[in-house]
Design a protein around this ligand. Structure first.
Ligand code: SAH
Length: 223
């Protein structure tokens, strides 16, 4: 057996990615640019080498520090909701809270002009930064911070995507959203949350429930 086979390169081939993309389409992801971004982003780079052979399964995987890289279906669903359906009014500037592995930020970076992403665990920030660099994704700015407070210096954002779950929507995030901007966020208890699409309107906010999900909790402070 060649060394490449040992390292599971076969499992990370284009064909394996293609199978994931058609599965996501079967599950209801319609936005072709989102599917294209998933097709072109090597998810195996975002997990430990020991898990690389499972990177194109539609499942969440551990990334250390008791955190996980989200399931591809959920990444696709959140990204699709954030982009919206109006091609003439696509978001340009996005804030992500919860960089984790960096995978979701990498997907966003292929679809919008500028991505800002925050993460409270320093070790994950450093790892994600190297991955962005290796993939040549120069339109992602990252910060080691508690993202419950958003990233006010670059506000307002066209869209905010939160990949860890608070019990309630942090007011700071609403405040940093442009008028007409969209916030995609899992809200609820530790064991079960609703994935919400919140749109900031002149009259206040509009809320739509997208899915039932289970994310790690949004936690205060930095590590
Ligand atoms: N988007 C990530 C998913 C990571 S899991 C990916 O594509 O891999 C959620 C992440 O949110 C974890 O890394 C966790 O450390 C981080 N997190 C939790 N609370 C946070 C907070 N208040 N501010 C910033 N990041 C936070």
């Amino acid at each position: 057996m060649k060394r490449a086979d040992h390292r599971g390169i076969g499992m990370t081939s284009m064909r394996t990615r293609e199978r994931l993309v058609s599965r996501l389409a079967d599950e209801g992801i319609k936005n072709q640019t989102v599917l294209e971004a998933i097709r072109n982003t090597p998810r195996h780079i975002f997990v430990d080498e020991a898990l690389a052979s499972r990177a194109y399964e539609d499942t969440a995987l551990p990334i250390g520090h008791s955190q996980t890289i989200s399931q591809p279906y959920i990444v696709a669903r959140m990204t699709e909701a954030l982009l919206g359906t109006d091609d003439n009014n696509l978001p340009k500037k996005i804030l992500e809270v919860g960089t984790g592995s960096g995978y979701q930020a990498a997907i966003l970076a292929r679809l919008v002009e500028q991505v800002y992403t925050t993460e409270r665990i320093r070790a994950l920030v450093l790892q994600a930064r190297n991955r962005f660099y290796d993939l040549g994704l120069h339109n992602i700015k990252h910060q080691h911070s508690d993202g419950s407070w958003g990233w006010p210096e670059h506000a307002p954002y066209d869209g905010i995507l939160v990949t860890a779950s608070p019990k309630e929507i942090p007011q700071a995030l609403m405040d940093q959203l442009k008028m007409g901007g969209r916030l995609v966020i899992p809200v609820g208890d530790r064991d079960e949350q609703q994935l919400l699409l919140v749109t900031r309107t002149a009259g206040g906010v509009e809320e739509k429930i997208l899915d039932r999900v289970r994310f790690v909790s949004l936690q205060a402070g930095k590590l």
